[in-house]
Write a protein that binds this ligand. Structure first.
Ligand code: GTR
Length: 351
């Protein structure tokens, strides 16, 4: 069933990784801003006292990035287990600064052994068509950008990579187990961050849907027209070309997942999130497998049927799970993500 359905979608085959990333940036997200010429971090320790009864500390960091003649700063939060050892960690691209947050159950994540580095996306640049503030203002001083310049998603992805720059300075983090994650528009962002930066060992997209994990061709719910009309600023201007011309796109979203190969990626969907289209997300996982197989790895392994509620497929390097319910980043999603990461880490250790 899955295989037949995929054939009907008539997807373009995935080219070599560099070519895939180049086309996705040029035609969809815009090119990510350049790596800063210099970066420094100001650290404010213990901004929340006795967090998790002393099981974790929370520091507030300000990253200052020099870009050409200008500079740009943004804050993020580092929640570290106080237990000795090297900790696997999440880079959580979030909607708010809060620690914990309704999309981020910090105490449970700490109890599962993970550190969490989180930031609020609007501290990077506003979620609207104003290109004069934050990072956008630094890149485009007059607020005007070219047709292939970064949209807001590319800027938020760049910021996740700066948080990774800081992670690299911490001895207590296990750099071989870094997971970049986010929900919805920030799930799209997490996939782009991992596709364009090999330092991320894992990516997790939660309910990212259209222009995220979901295949565009034949997709239900949100289409390129909907997303480009409501959120044109998430993308580069070139993406507008594909409104009602999705079959002419030289790429599709399985390229984005494929660009993460051979690293691990997990996609979470929710049964009632028809706007994101769980089927299109699962099909994308299957279609992206091509890039993994080329590198001698298994991509999506999960039989030939669409997932039923509560089902997870974690055997290959591309995981997929389907939760019951609405568009949300829930505790259940985190539990499935942790189970996926732990399983892949155990497999690595057995080799
Ligand atoms: C929706 C949007 C989706 C999704 C979501 C979100 O309205 O159409 O693509 O990203 O917002 O980010 O919450």
């Amino acid at each position: 069933m899955l295989v037949t359905e995929l054939k009907k979608r008539n997807l373009p085959p995935i080219p070599a990784r560099d070519e895939a990333i180049d086309l996705l940036c040029r035609e969809e997200y815009g090119y990510l801003p350049p790596t800063p010429d210099a970066i420094s971090f100001a650290v404010e320790r213990n901004v929340i006292r006795s967090f998790c009864a002393g099981a974790a500390t929370v520091d507030r960091i300000t990253a200052s990035c020099v870009i050409g003649e200008t500079s740009f700063s943004f804050p993020f939060y580092v929640t570290l287990p106080t237990k000795e050892g090297k900790h696997p960690f999440f880079v959580m691209i979030n909607f708010r600064r809060d620690v914990p947050d309704r999309y981020m159950p910090s105490e449970e994540l700490i109890d599962s052994g993970f550190a969490v580095l989180s930031f609020s996306y609007t501290d990077v640049t506003s979620d609207d068509g104003d290109f004069t503030n934050g990072l956008a203002g630094v890149l485009y001083p007059d607020g005007v950008r070219g047709s292939r310049d970064a949209g807001k998603i590319a800027m938020w992805a760049w910021a996740a990579q700066r948080v990774m720059d800081y992670a690299e300075t911490l001895d207590c983090l296990d750099l071989s187990c870094s997971v970049v994650c986010g929900h919805s528009r920030l799930g799209k962002t997490a996939l782009l961050a991992a596709a364009t930066d090999e330092r991320f060992a894992y990516a997790y997209s939660n309910d990212s849907g259209c222009s995220g994990a979901a295949i565009t061709r034949g997709k239900e719910g949100e289409r390129v027209r909907d997303i480009c009309q409501r959120f044109p600023y998430w993308f580069c201007e070139n993406y507008q070309k594909y409104i009602d011309r999705e079959d002419e796109m030289p790429f599709d979203q399985h390229w984005l997942i494929g660009a993460i190969a051979p690293r691990s990626v997990c996609v979470g969907s929710a049964t009632e999130d028809r706007w994101a289209d769980p089927h299109a997300e699962q099909l994308s996982c299957l279609a992206a497998s091509e890039a993994y197989e080329r590198l001698g790895r298994q991509g999506f392994v999960g039989g030939n049927a669409f997932a039923v509620e509560g089902e997870s497929f974690f055997e290959g390097q591309i995981g997929y799970h389907l939760r019951r319910g609405l568009h949300y980043f829930s505790r259940h999603d985190w539990h499935r993500l942790i189970a996926f990461v732990q399983r892949k880490e155990n497999e690595k250790n057995k080799k």
